[in-house]
Ligand binder design. Structure first.
Ligand SMILES: Cc1cc2nc3c(=O)[nH]c(=O)nc-3n(C[C@H](O)[C@H](O)[C@H](O)COP(=O)(O)O)c2cc1C
Length: 203
């Protein structure tokens, strides 16, 4: 069964390269990943004062992430770091304290840029936040897509055949396995401890 994946795109641009990479992943990996892009452009800026009466956009976002089996970040790099809109979404999902919807959620990070280092700086800032948020993030393959341009995509907005498309397919497959492994291990551990608890009851 395909895993339900929430994709968070760190660009609001209509013709975003990262949004098109995200769409390509949805289109190529439909049999293993049931992906949906979660919109973040309407999220009011995080303000702790609003935690007691949160805006409905925050609630909608938090519920969508909470219901997902995994989270895929697809983002550009802005000034060698995370775009503000993405940082805001991460902050919104991480609160109120103790109720983060990212906790224990398997994730992966893809960054795409026309530049040659493929958003490495943003990629690792997202990773840094994910470590703090207790997200098991896929380690390999890493995904820093450099030299991405409008030319990388066909008229339907999907990646053209070539090395980048091949790499995206590998990443999608690895992420599906990663999400599967995390959820399967958790289920087996839960079954083990339930079994051990029953044995203690009957001892
Ligand atoms: C405010 C701003 C800062 C940027 N900083 C970087 C950067 O640090 N590294 C980089 O590779 N590209 C940088 N770029 C170029 C983006 O990678 C490029 O605009 C890209 O197309 C944005 O992603 P998108 O197409 O998904 O919107 C920057 C662009 C903007 C608008």
């Amino acid at each position: 069964m395909a895993h339900n994946i929430a994709i968070i795109v760190g660009s609001l641009r209509k013709d975003s390269l990262n949004r098109r990479v995200a769409r390509s992943i949805c289109s190529f990996a439909g049999d293993i990943l049931d992906c949906g892009i979660v919109e973040i452009g309407d999220l009011p800026l995080y303000n702790q004062d609003l935690d007691t009466d949160p805006p409905e956009q925050w609630t909608r976002f938090r519920q969508t992430i909470a219901a997902a089996d995994g989270v895929l970040f697809c983002s550009p790099e802005y000034n060698r770091g995370i775009p503000g809109v993405l940082k805001n979404a991460i902050d919104v999902g991480s609160r109120p304290y103790g109720q983060s919807v990212f906790d224990k959620k398997p994730g992966a990070i893809v960054t795409a840029s026309p530049g040659s280092i493929g958003g490495f700086g943003a990629n690792h800032q997202i990773r840094q936040a994910a470590v703090f948020l207790n997200m098991p993030i896929m380690q390999q393959p890493e995904a820093y897509f450099g030299h991405v341009s409008d030319d990388s995509f066909d008229e339907s907005g999907c990646l053209k055949d070539g090395p980048l498309k091949d790499l995206v397919m590998v990443i999608a497959g690895s992420f599906a396995n990663w999400v599967d492994m995390i959820h399967t291990s958790r289920r087996l551990l839960a079954e083990d401890s339930a079994h051990a608890a029953k044995q203690r009851e009957h001892a």
